[in-house]
Design a protein around this ligand. Sequence first.
Ligand code: GLN
Ligand code: ZN
Length: 756
Amino acid sequence: MYTSVVGFPRVGKLRELKFTTEQYFRGEISARELEDCARQIRLSQWKQMQEQGVTFIPSNDFSFYDGVLDAAVLFHLIPEEYENLHLSPLDTYFAMARGYQGANGDVRALPMKKWFNTNYHYIVPELTDHTQIRLSGTKPFDEYLEAREAGIETKPVIPGIFTLLSLLRISGRRDREEVGAELACAYRQLLSRFDSLGARWIQFDEPALVRDLTEEDVRLFCRLYDSILPSKGNVRVLLQTYFGDIRDVYPRIVSLSFDGIGLDLVEGKESLRLLAQYGFPADKLLFAGVINGKNIWRNNYAKTLSLLDQLRAAGHQTVLGASCSLLHVPYTLENETRLAPEISAHFAFAAEKLQELRELQTLAESGERDSSPAYRANQALFTQDRGALDPAVARRTQAIREEDFTRIPAFAGREQLQKEEFRLPLFPTTTIGSFPQTSDVKANRAAYRKGTITRQEYETFNRGKIAGCIALQEEIGLDVLVHGEYERNDMVEYFGENLKGYLFTEKAWVQSYGTRCVKPPIIWGDISREKPITVDWAVYAQSLTGKPVKGMLTGPVTILNWSFPREDLSLQECAFQIALAIRDEVLDLEQNGIRIIQIDEAALREKLPLRRSDWHSDYLDWAIRAFRLVHSGVRPETQIHTHMCYSEFTDIIAEIDDMDADVITFEASRSDLQILDTLKETHFRTEVGPGVYDIHSPRVPSVEEIVLALRKMADKVDPHKLWVNPDCGLKTRGTPETTESLTHMVQAAALFRKEY
Ligand code: GLN
Ligand code: ZN
């Protein structure tokens, strides 16, 4: 039985690529040094997969920033303003990803969006009237040849044409049909080129197929591939899908001339039904995604093997693999020195998943499973008691009553009370919570973790930072202040570390976007809060100023979505456990004089099922209730804020309003302000702070630019409901640019207030 890897992480085992890329951004090393680092990472990973006997090893799954951006550059989807900077190809690429401000010009970054239902982000390619689509890059060929030179035959991975076409933004006159035809031409050239290089397989990733498709979409898909596939020559083409099942297109796909089809048998609820109902062509390989590529629990061999038996019994030529790219899990357990062996035995990161593939391959081929030590060890993991359950937690979730989901009085009554309570100016200014995590802040935290400084030294330092942060915000003239979140490495991991039931890792990083990685904690058991978490910091910050300081918490849905969840408990149950823990924290903050509490639901949208028919039943019904459970116990005057990253919630706008927060801030500056129309049309009642500038780039916005944004906003949103804030937390930014940007923001708000 063959094995295949859809894609592998690429930031380096210890995030070497991240650090090297950031050195390059700072001008400390040359492009050649950066490329050397990348080459080493690629080589060592190919070797690793070769050693594990992987049959289909991916190439071109590597990226300096993002694979969709790579595809954009490959097909010359480079908007003019970036070409006009006249930078090197690498720097043009980075300018598209991050914006550019320097001697050659001043341009913004392209928008960034979440990659389907993951916490990975892709860059949205943009096509203007000037764009001339053609095969203009060489990256996939170079990397394929690089591997071959090292003696490793790979299958190059390319975003599929249908997915690329559905993700890119067309701002010119061409329609999707025309763009598709032009792209198909470039894809044909790509295939021919791989054919002439002698490549054996190529993988087209088409996750867009797991969303709801119309008949028109399906026809477009078939047309595109009918036009591309004749150019494949001797190259065999794998259509790789993931993140769900492809029910809308499956019956048609089996008759196209693909040589392999990759199906997700983990998240694809209907994949098996499709196979049973429509069969699978005998001349194609079935790439079966049976190992969960998104979670870190060990695969249950008994279940997987019986699934594989079933596929073989049906006569399918099966290739064993993970459900999606391993990009979404950390590299290896090797560096986790703090997890007890009996605990880490339950986990498989990317490297361990390669071992699982190998073991499953052996087991699938051998007749005597029960006597195999690997098999027996695996089964023991699923029969033993992990010691993770807490009956008190279960009792508490069972005791939740319907009224625990409802805050009293209703929104309009609270809004009035709060206007009187806070007496804020029109267009109040605030930030999203974190201030720059400068190296001294990180060093302080690291020293405390290592035990080289005492708790008191650690706290004294942070208090100094908080005092500085409050002073800075007062000087800038912001209206609602924050303490700066210096104690937090990450908005989810921090809470994970302070809640019972969580495990955390040391080096288990997962790429979020570009050089940014997150380290999702692991939900090991039932969750509860043992003592207050954030109260001391918030109270201290509030003691330094007469202006309101927001208490800062992360909401249950985000904590859950950015953790590796249990596989033995429903997500809803888990969300309610977390909600009760955070509810305790909310009430403690209020009890201690904090009058505004922000509960971030940055990731609420992220796990929205990709198919609309599943939205409510599988997710929204419990997600919104979990959020309401957190804040329903506060007094009417206490103002509840929430923050969401990305403004992609036009389609769930009613549900967002139904979270029943008092104020919501969200990202709006990197996407068009279309969300404002929706707010207006739907009579959105929650007060709103659409971000007025982009914090994902070091660029400093001008006062005029912000006034312009505000004008657009006030045009659509009731001015009495409008807040002014950046679009996300400031922790990844430097101090000088932050001070300057916020100063411009406050000046813009003041100007606009006068204008009004
Ligand atoms: N309060 C968090 C911060 O400011 C929110 C971060 C986020 O939305 N990702 O960092
Ligand atoms: Zn955010």
